[in-house]
Design a protein around this ligand. Structure first.
Ligand code: ZN
Ligand code: ZN
Length: 581
């Protein structure tokens, strides 16, 4: 029986707008998705001039018979949809029968395919059939698209430079490789290999093949599930950050998707582990019942709509946070990657494969792997690894960096960043505490303000009260503070009060109490912390190091900067060439 059936007109209309080819990557995407549907194990994408001159995609999938091959160039022919209802149960990739016909209408398209019983070669140019003849037998399908938009010069102008077209294709193939680790992808441009994955069906190995050693050795495995969703994937340690969101890759039911809610959840999980303008490398596979997914918001967009999205984002945030809490994340001073030798790389890959093989078997968590079931409400032990550390101060450099040591190596600690972290967590705990402690002032503090500032404060009167303030209006241009929250740092009370009032008069609103608390906690933490170029005593250093190790996240200041950098004994020996490998 023919695999391709003509879909009904109603369904065709439901699928909005039809196919829009915007760039070379749109064609690469369509052709690769067809190859995946044809159960290919190897997909080879060859580009010329970034795809502008030629795009060819060859696979070793099931191939087509003569009739299907010809039908694949007819509008609304598709092998994946049979009736309207199917639209709601799509779990295979392609669902638009218009792709191939529309590609063929604006280019010279050559199709060679074989189902191992008969081979077919078809050439279509500008939508017109030029050749249809028997061809040799082989395994799979090869489609070559040349002279894209040759007959629509207006659209040709929309293509970007070769470099830019290539970059989009590469990004797409990288993501597709991560969605399908069991398929080997090869992408070349002008005969130079750009992407190659082995199809090992090992996600971490695929991450290595795409991002290299430095990234793959700094990934933490995560696994979790609730009633509706299964999560699996890898999240990077904060040491590895990128300057854009392109490497936060979310894959829902094997489909790479762009979804703002998912991105926001990932970002939130890394809150204070990284600066706001930096983004992690994350590969997250989400599996769920296809009925919860609406893929058809817009056929050319990768966006989807997910039912029970809040349950999903909660699960993501919880799982990533827990993974970060359970791993030692001290930044290593010594960057292994530039000096790494292939033997070392191979060993690490072998190790990773071993870990991978372990993790697919039901087994206890390894140190860099982490999984849990939604329902187990065991309290998380935050940062257990670092809490075990004892750091001994050695001295202070530039009045800024504490030098410390222990049996494992030497550490540099940014004293301002470290204290900021300690104060931030202290402030947050005080602000989240249901019970509010208030300290009455023997001598009330008078603060001068403009009338409009006083009005803004008045609007937040309840909030100020709930924070532990007792404020009285006083005259026209000033207020009088009679009591303040007890948790304000000793010696910094007045400064802190002024800062909080400042924040509110400058527009900080308590509508979102969590964000409001965060802002106050961070701002005061910075104010309360020793500045660089201040020489603190040995005892103060000891105390600070102890407090830092006890933090939930001791590795970053609340703005996401690192607090501590490690030089391990081994790294030092390597740097001083005491050991040579
Ligand atoms: Zn600061
Ligand atoms: Zn900071």
């Amino acid at each position: 029986m023919n695999k391709i059936k003509v879909m009904s007109e109603t369904l065709a209309n439901k699928i909005a707008a039809g196919e829009v080819i915007e760039k070379c990557a749109s064609i690469v995407k369509e052709l690769c998705e067809n190859s995946i549907d044809a159960k290919a194990k190897n997909i080879i994408i060859n580009l010329k001039e970034g795809g502008i001159k030629e795009i060819s995609v060859q696979d070793d999938g099931v191939g087509m018979n003569r009739e299907d091959a010809l039908l694949s160039f007819t509008r609304h022919a598709t092998s994946k949809l049979y009736k309207d209802d199917d639209l709601f149960f799509i779990s295979s990739l392609g669902f638009r029968g218009e792709a191939l016909p529309s590609i063929a209408s604006v280019s010279k398209t050559t199709l060679k395919t074989s189902d191992e019983k008969e081979g077919t070669k078809i050439i279509i140019e500008g939508g017109k059939l030029k050749l249809n003849e028997p061809s040799d037998l082989f395994h799979g399908t090869k489609i070559t698209v040349q002279n894209l938009f040759y007959n629509t010069p207006a659209r040709l102008k929309y293509l970007k430079s070769e470099q830019s077209e290539l970059a989009t294709c590469v990004l797409y193939i990288e993501r597709l490789s991560l969605a399908y680790p069991k398929i080997s992808f090869t992408l070349t441009n002008d005969e130079h290999e750009v992407v190659k994955t082995s199809g090992s069906n090992n996600l971490l190995k695929t991450i290595h093949e795409i991002y290299g050693l430095k990234v793959s050795q700094n990934m933490i495995e995560i696994k979790a599930s609730n009633d509706d969703f299964d999560l699996f994937g890898y999240v990077c340690k904060p040491e590895i950050l990128k300057s854009n969101r392109n490497h936060m890759i979310t894959i829902v039911n094997d489909r790479v998707v762009k979804n703002n809610d998912l991105n926001r959840a990932i970002n939130e999980a890394y809150y204070t582990y990284k600066p706001d303008i930096k983004f992690p490398v994350v590969v997250l596979k989400i599996n769920t019942d296809p009925t919860l997914i609406d893929v058809n918001i817009h056929p050319t967009k990768q966006d989807i709509k997910i039912g029970k999205i809040n349950e999903l984002t909660d699960l993501i945030i919880k799982t990533i946070k827990k993974a970060l809490y359970q791993n030692l994340l001290i930044l290593n001073a010594y960057d292994r990657s530039p000096l790494s030798k292939s033997i070392e790389q191979e060993n690490i890959i072998k190790e990773q494969e071993a870990t991978y093989n372990q993790t697919i078997l039901p087994k206890e968590n390894t140190q860099t792997s982490f999984s849990f079931k939604e329902n187990d409400d065991e309290p998380i032990i935050k940062n257990a690894e670092m809490k075990k550390l004892v750091l001994y101060p050695v001295g202070l450099a530039h009045g800024t960096y504490i030098i410390a040591e222990n049996e494992d190596g030497i550490y540099l600690i940014d004293q301002h960043a470290a204290q900021e972290r300690v104060n931030y967590e202290r402030n947050m705990k005080a602000l989240e505490n249901k019970q509010v402690f208030t300290t009455a002032l023997l001598i009330p503090i008078t603060i001068e303000l403009s009338k409009s500032e006083i009005l803004k404060l008045k609007q937040e009167e309840q909030t100020l009260k709930s924070l532990g303030f007792d404020i009285e209006e006083f005259g026209l241009n000033s207020i009088i503070v009679k009591a303040h929250p007890t948790w304000l740092l000793k010696g910094y009370e007045e400064e802190s009060i002024r800062k909080i009032i400042d924040l509110i008069t400058n527009g900080l609103k308590s509508i979102d109490r969590v964000k409001f608390n965060e802002k106050i906690a961070i701002t005061l933490a910075c104010k309360m912390s020793i500045k660089a170029n201040m020489h603190i005593s040995f005892e103060a250093m000891e105390e600070l190091l102890k407090e830092l190790c006890d933090c939930d996240n001791p590795y970053n200041c609340p703005h996401g900067r690192p607090t501590i950098i490690k030089f391990s004994n081994y790294d030092l020996e390597r740097m001083f060439k005491r050991v040579m490998n």
